[in-house]
Ligand binder design. Structure first.
Ligand SMILES: [Zn+2]
Length: 135
């Protein structure tokens, strides 16, 4: 019985696009909004869930594989940009913990100084001004 169902499903999916990263993402987003909506019971949110799931299933059963593949590529590029930005923010936050960024009083050049070194003289690499700061 289970095998028959699976076989029928497999036959149905022949020539159709199926699930990809974008599809998984849409499903996850749809499920999260659905879960949130269990508590807030917002009409607009249920509409959003419906649209997301319809788009997801439409893509899964689509026979226009090239187009769906292109959409997924676009999604992957976007995801890459977002994760890169996130990594940068994380890196900067970590840096903030160990370093202090000072601005040179004469030229405005930003200089990174390790924290916790007491009063130190900082030499600006751009205009050669020396200034004293507490690190
Ligand atoms: Zn300077």
């Amino acid at each position: 019985m289970m095998n028959q169902l699976r076989e029928r499903m497999t036959r149905f999916m022949i020539g159709r696009y199926g699930i990809d990263r974008l599809g998984q993402f849409l499903l996850t987003v749809g499920m999260i909004i659905l879960a949130v909506n269990l508590f807030v019971r917002n009409y607009a949110l249920s509409l959003v869930v419906m649209v997301v799931l319809i788009v997801c299933y439409y893509r899964m059963f689509s026979r226009d594989i090239n187009k769906r593949y292109g959409e997924n590529q676009k999604f992957e590029r976007m995801r890459f940009r977002v994760t890169e930005k996130f990594k940068k923010v994380k890196f900067r936050t970590l840096q903030m913990k160990d370093y202090h960024i000072y601005k040179c009083p004469s030229c405005g050049q930003k200089i990174r100084i390790p924290r916790g070194k007491g009063k130190i003289s900082i030499h600006c690499p751009k205009c050669s001004t020396d200034f004293i700061k507490k690190s």
